[in-house]
Write a protein that binds this ligand. Structure first.
Ligand code: ASP
Ligand code: MG
Length: 406
């Protein structure tokens, strides 16, 4: 049994829709049991949000969810029609009909339970179930939307509930790459990454597959296969970490331009200062990513942190409001940064990876402004304009320009 999720680009128009139907029919003919999850066609979700913005200032969550989930509903019924034309018995199901039970948080509902009785019944009757992605029903029996990219989550949750052998996420690229191929033309498709590596890549700025679905897959041991609905070639498996023998030291290089840096300079070096600052940021729901502080010899210290670009002004304001209280000599906002990260499970057991990363950046004349690490990730903040060059140089230095890794 395979749960097969098709993203918006995979079902963007009538021809692509028929291609997907053709493929699903072949999957069934070869003896596999497909359970299909669809996203809304093309940019339909964006279009629906845009029109909502034009007719309403208030956009009540309940009505937004009714509207947005209509996109997936359209796609699922059209795909079923195309399957019928090919002689494949198929039934579409809304999230509610598929048994996706969520909490009542409109526009970003969380899955509480999946009770796929109707999906099982369809399968038992030899029919292909086609489920609308990113939607469910709340315990109060309201229609809910799981949020942007929520179809991946639907697919993984269904795979878990049905005990499927794998969850395939079809998209317009052939998998997860060692770097963004638009920046590094010699980047290669990874045949396999561990859940942990994928989550670190997500955190480092790789948006897809969504972190939420990878976390769910890891928690429940669902094997993910990210692949292309344009070429149908085998893609990237995301699964449990394999034996140490197979591990590349560095699997991927990822850049992220979505963050900005704030520096609170010359604050007094005593207990409670960082607590005060970061509590104030947290109270305004600002998501702080990297934090750096140097303990100084002279009783003062600089604290730098990164936040999403859209929160920069607010973060600066909060820091400025606290400037006297924490005894800071200045508050500096810097929108012009990027983070560059290397990720690899093999890093855990290999010394010298950070030294190599810093040497590569030094050779390129790229200054490192902040550093953060996890067991399998190293991240440096650099000037935004230098990120692409840093990524290309690191990709080469760690042997990723060829298949197999360093
Ligand atoms: N169509 C929705 C979106 O674009 C849900 C999904 O595709 O995952 O966010
Ligand atoms: Mg980040």
């Amino acid at each position: 049994m395979l749960v097969q999720k098709f993203g918006g680009s995979s079902v963007a128009d009538a021809e692509r829709m028929r291609n997907v139907a053709d493929y699903v029919a072949r999957v069934q003919r070869r003896g596999d049991q497909p359970v299909v999850v669809v996203s809304a066609m093309g940019h339909e979700t964006d279009d629906l949000m845009e029109i909502a913005g034009k007719v309403s200032r208030t956009r009540p969550g309940r009505e937004m969810d009714m509207l947005i989930t209509a996109g997936e509903r359209k796609a699922m019924s059209l795909l079923c029609m195309a399957l019928h034309d090919l002689g494949v018995a198929a039934d579409s199901f809304t999230g509610s009909q598929a048994g996706v039970v969520t909490n009542g948080e409109h526009t970003k509902a969380k899955i509480l339970d999946v009770r796929p009785d109707r999906i099982r019944a369809a399968l038992d009757a030899g029919r292909v179930p086609v489920v609308g992605g990113a939607q469910g029903v709340s315990v109060e029996r309201e229609v809910t939307f799981l949020g942007r990219g929520g179809s991946d989550t639907t697919a993984v949750a269904l795979a878990k509930a049905l005990g499927a052998d794998a969850c395939e996420l079809y998209t317009d690229v052939p998998g997860v790459f060692s770097a963004d191929p638009r920046v590094v033309p010699s980047a290669h498709r990874l045949s396999k990454v561990s859940y942990e590596e994928m989550l670190e890549m997500n955190a480092a700025g790789c948006p897809k597959p969504t972190m939420r679905s990878v976390e769910f897959a890891r928690a429940h041991g669902v094997r993910l296969h990210v692949r292309s609905s344009f070429t149908w070639e085998p893609g990237t498996w995301i699964e449990k970490e394999g034996s140490a023998m197979e591990q590349a030291i560095v699997s991927a290089v990822v850049a992220d331009q979505s963050e900005a840096k704030v520096t609170v300079a010359g604050v007094i070096d005593r207990p409670g200062i960082a607590a005060k600052l970061f509590r104030a940021l947290a109270d305004k729901l600002i998501n702080v990513d990297m934090i750096e502080q140097n303990v100084s010899l002279h009783g003062t210290t600089d604290i730098s942190f990164t936040v999403p670009h859209e929160d920069l002004e607010l973060a600066k304001q909060i820091a400025s409001d606290l400037q006297n209280e924490v005894g800071a000599t200045g508050i500096y906002a810097d929108p012009d940064i990027a983070t560059v990260s290397i990720i690899g499970a093999g890093m855990r057991t290999h010394p010298g990876v950070s030294a190599t990363m810093f040497e590569v950046l030094a050779t390129e004349g790229i200054n490192i402004e902040m550093i953060s690490t996890s067991a399998i990730r190293l991240t440096c903040v650099v000037r935004a304009g230098e990120a692409d060059r840093a990524v290309a140089a690191l990709h080469k230095a760690f042997g990723l320009d060829r298949e197999g890794g360093y």
